[in-house]
Ligand binder design. Structure first.
Ligand SMILES: NC(=O)c1ccc[n+]([C@@H]2O[C@H](COP(=O)([O-])OP(=O)(O)OC[C@H]3O[C@@H](n4cnc5c(N)ncnc54)[C@H](OP(=O)(O)O)[C@@H]3O)[C@@H](O)[C@H]2O)c1
Length: 309
């Protein structure tokens, strides 16, 4: 479904991936409320159309839906073609779509699921421990996590790059995570290599991710010192951070940054987070709307520039 909005040359145009719910939907609402024309994308047409309808009911009219499954090359190509024909450029790309890279477990022996207010007595570490106890990582979920969270984001970025380069101030915000910080890597060599941005290449990142999957399959993550719990999610977000820095170096005319939204109550966290989706999204939108000529290749945690380590 495509809407009927004006093709203004003055209005900035943004694409948000995974815009049908959670942080992505709120990013669309806040960008729309700031006067940006928003292309809300979702893998499911019905969920995406319903999200656009919801925003329109809230008075956000300059929003349009386009289908996007980030792991599907033909879906990515259709979006790129649509943007090219309709706008001829793209000003802001918010790579938000992601999955947890785990299977959810509901094991009664783990105690009752804390819902809603029942989380309120728990600190963030206890909440994350609860989430981990109620998750299972398999080779297939780990592989799917990398395919969606790293390769999906990278392939969308590559396809939309020429359109971003046609903008006078093209910018990419990769929605990352505190879990992508290098402190979660126990192996010093891995940590150093992922932080050595002057020498790191996309090809080397692919090799490292292949090695991670092999080590995962061999149940030997600790040998090289990969992260532990939520391993695939952490590795994919760390790779996304490194890729963002490589892209920032290669394309100095663009602004390419990473944004950690905070620990947010969404489906991904089974609503265990501390922030509302509005608060989490505002930490992403802040980076998307930084004044022209701002930082590039940087990591922002809850709206403030921070270390990748
Ligand atoms: N929530 C947190 O505490 C937290 C913390 C740090 C970082 N983040 C990051 O914030 C971003 C948004 O997360 P969230 O908490 O809002 O999660 P969420 O509520 O689970 O939303 C994830 C979104 O991504 C979409 N998606 C997943 N796989 C996709 C695919 N293959 N193609 C296209 N869309 C896909 C989902 O679509 P469906 O509805 O079709 O599944 C959904 O729209 C993610 O990048 C996440 O890693 C979240």
């Amino acid at each position: 479904m495509e809407g009927t909005i004006s093709n203004s040359t003055n209005t900035r145009i943004a694409v948000v991936t995974g815009g049908n719910k959670g942080i992505g939907l709120e990013v669309c609402r806040q960008l729309g409320a700031s006067g940006v024309t928003v292309v809300l994308t979702a893998r499911d047409e019905t969920r995406g159309a319903a999200a656009v309808e919801k925003l329109r009911e809230q008075g956000i009219s300059d929003v349009i839906f386009h289908q996007l499954e980030v792991t599907d090359a033909s879906s990515i190509a259709r979006l790129a073609e649509f943007l090219k024909t309709r706008f001829g450029r793209l000003d802001i790309l918010v790579n938000n779509a992601a999955i947890g890279g785990v299977e959810l477990v509901d094991d009664p022996s783990l105690g009752p699921k804390p819902v809603g207010e029942q989380f309120s007595g728990m600190g963030w570490q206890q909440r994350i421990e609860w989430m981990y106890r109620n998750s299972r990582e398999t080779y297939s979920t780990a592989e799917e996590g990398l395919r969606t969270n790293y390769y999906g984001t990278k392939h969308v970025t590559e396809a939309l790059l020429p359109l971003l380069q046609s903008s006078s101030e093209g910018r990419i915000v990769n929605v990352s995570s505190g879990f992508g910080l290098l402190k979660y890597f126990r192996g010093e060599e891995l940590k150093q290599e992922l932080n050595d941005i002057d020498n790191l290449t996309e090809e080397r990142l692919d090799e490292l991710l292949d090695t991670f999957l092999k080590d995962f399959e061999a149940r030997s993550l600790e040998v090289r010192g990969w992260p532990g719990e939520f391993a695939s999610y952490k590795v994919a977000k760390a790779a996304l951070n490194a890729y963002s820095r490589i892209m920032a170096r290669k394309h100095p005319a663009l602004r390419v940054n990473c944004a950690h939204p905070g620990y947010v109550k969404t489906d991904m966290t089974r609503n265990s987070g501390l922030l509302t989706p509005e608060e989490g999204a505002s930490n992403v939108v802040k980076v998307a709307l930084l004044p022209a000529g701002g930082p590039t290749g940087a990591f922002f945690a809850m709206g403030k520039e921070a270390s990748f380590l």
